[in-house]
Design a protein around this ligand. Structure first.
Ligand SMILES: [Ca+2]
Ligand SMILES: [Ca+2]
Ligand SMILES: [Ca+2]
Ligand SMILES: [Ca+2]
Length: 245
């Protein structure tokens, strides 16, 4: 059976095509069963059967065989960072014999997605560190990897990350820079006798309004300057729990 002739073959003059190429749009991560639109064709609805011929190997999309309604089947597969457009070939068969097909393009737009703040960090540092020593580095990432390079001007801040210490540092002992490096604030020092550890929370915020927190434990190890009298050997501190055995 010839496909894609658009009803314009062997006629006595140009006839309007039965179906033309069409474009739909969705944001990424749509809900399963979301309705994208109805593919239009000049066919009798009650005698037509719709199928997706190609472009849907992953089953992300579906078409209602009776109506031509284009639906989301698996929204998790519709990922802007993977593809910005999907091209399907859709076919409608009228009266069980005449088949017409057209290209259906789905434009996928970006949504802001939550950054990752990496793994929890336990950093054991000597209490003698100075204020330009990096004590720990939060390795944050953002899934919006195309924000800076695509042609969409509305998503440019989706992967702009900002770091802040949001808990566990009431006295401003620590600071974090634009790369996620934690150090002592200018002029500050650790003091084992005052606090043996500092349980910080660092929050990584993207420019699209989403944020993620992470726990950072800075354990100050007793430094040599406090080891007097000299006969006293350094003790190993326990980073968690009561310290008793
Ligand atoms: Ca995505
Ligand atoms: Ca983001
Ligand atoms: Ca995105
Ligand atoms: Ca952009």
């Amino acid at each position: 059976m010839p496909r894609g002739d658009n009803g314009n073959r062997g006629g006595k003059g140009p006839k309007p095509p039965k179906i033309t190429d069409q474009t739909f749009a969705t944001a990424e991560n749509p809900a399963d069963d979301a309705y994208l639109g109805t593919v239009l064709a000049d066919v009798k609805p009650s005698r037509s059967a719709w199928t997706i011929l190609s472009g849907n190997d992953d089953g992300a999309y579906a078409i209602n065989p009776l109506t031509g309604e284009l639906l989301v089947a698996k929204g998790s597969l519709i990922d802007y960072e993977t593809e910005q457009t999907r091209t399907l070939v859709v076919e409608v068969v009228e009266n069980g014999k005449k088949a017409y097909s057209a290209t259906v393009t789905i434009d996928i737009s970006d949504l802001n997605e939550e950054p990752s703040a990496g793994d929890p960090i336990l950093a054991a540092v000597a209490e003698t560190v100075n204020d330009d020593t990096i004590l720990a580095t939060v390795s944050a990432t953002d899934p919006d990897t195309l924000a800076d390079t695509d042609t969409d001007a509305t998503n440019d801040t989706f992967n702009d990350l900002a770091y802040a210490i949001t808990r566990g540092d009431p006295d401003g002992l620590f600071e974090i820079d634009a790369s996620g490096n934690i150090s002592l604030a200018t002029g500050k020092s650790l003091d084992y006798e005052t606090a043996q550890q500092h349980a910080l929370e660092v929050t990584v915020a993207d420019g699209g309004g989403l944020a993620k927190g992470q726990r950072i434990l800075i354990a100050g190890l007793k430094g040599p300057r406090h080891d007097s009298p000299r006969t006293r050997s350094p003790r190993r501190m326990r980073l968690n729990g009561s310290g008793s055995k």
